[in-house]
Design a protein around this ligand. Sequence first.
Ligand code: GLV
Ligand code: MN
Ligand code: MN
Ligand code: MN
Length: 412
Amino acid sequence: MTSPISSERLMQRIVEFAAIGRDPGGGITRPFGSDADFEARTAFHREVIEAGLEYQVDAAGNQWGRMPGHEASAKTIAAGSHLDTVPHGGAYDGAAGVLMSLEVLQSLAARGYRNRHPLAVVAFTGEEPNPFGLSTLGSRLYTGRLGSAQLMTHTSDNGRLLTEALRRVGGDLANCDSLDPDEIGAFIEPHIEQSGRLDAADLPIGVVDRITGIYRDHITLTGEQNHAGTTVLAHRRDALHAFSHAVLALNALLREPWPHWMVGTVGQVHVYPNAVNIVPSQVVFTVEIRSTDVDQLQHAAERYRQRLEQAMTSLSIAVTIRNILNQAPQPLSADLQRILVNAAQSRGVAPPILNSWAGHDATHMARRVPTGMLFIRSLAGKSHCPDEASRAPDLAMGAEILHDALIALDQT
Ligand code: GLV
Ligand code: MN
Ligand code: MN
Ligand code: MN
């Protein structure tokens, strides 16, 4: 079968976006609100126009490239992902899905494809954790999962107003409640797999049936600041020593024989006052637990809190726990899985059906509109790191399958 898309143009764009927010030693840092994020948005705007699509930014700052359809009442069929990155991340998480979707629409437009439904590529605002402490920001605002009223005075960790950051990218927080996902008839998020199942099976493509749940707590341990030389061990209330118990308690909990898939991570830590000759007074950190089973996720989170409190009491350390995310696992549309599997099969690929162990904008879209996800093989399963990589032929195959799936959706 001939390819309906240009693999060269897709790879050229992936390389072009990988240069935006590039860290000196490799890796990409492009969080929502940064200059690099702004630069990527500007580049995407330009590419959307160059592709012959209509450009629009919604109130949440989500960027859309649209191909109007010829049937006035037909709902939009959309595909896309995000352009922001984690700190020191890779070139494919998010950007690959946006640029594959753009490539498909550009190819259709260039061929003069007469679509019934409006077709759209979307780049959602701030999917990754960012200084505002709000991941999947654009998709949560778009689907009404986050209300704007509670965010009007929300600031980043260095005091910047969210309203200002959104205004800079063409959004308008006060108007987010007027966003209406009912305009979308179907959404597909193409994304790199980010784990090693496809690579191990030597398969280029997978289809997702469910996205993991994610639970996150922000925890503060408070002890007592004192002199590192003169304070005998028996008199110390060392917050960093206590923190080591907190990490080991999480690890022990996760290693119990749980019936369903589950992982957990302490990924962010701040120590105060962080000096070589001071017993630390305070440690502030995050705990994240993920599972594809909602009951297990809640149960594990509850058990962790109890164990942490017990351990800290015995060490005379005060604990405060603030939940910052509690997102249930999300099944995806069975119809879209079938359409994606059929599209893959007719291009000679038998895609496995996989859970997503990463979170996505698709989690929130799926609560409001029929949503599907296509996975592209990640080499050695690496992601959220500079070594993250996928091969050009796999990305092209993903774009071809997306192309065929969008046409199937347009014609039904
Ligand atoms: C995605 O970036 C995630 O945190 O799962
Ligand atoms: Mn990510
Ligand atoms: Mn992503
Ligand atoms: Mn993410």
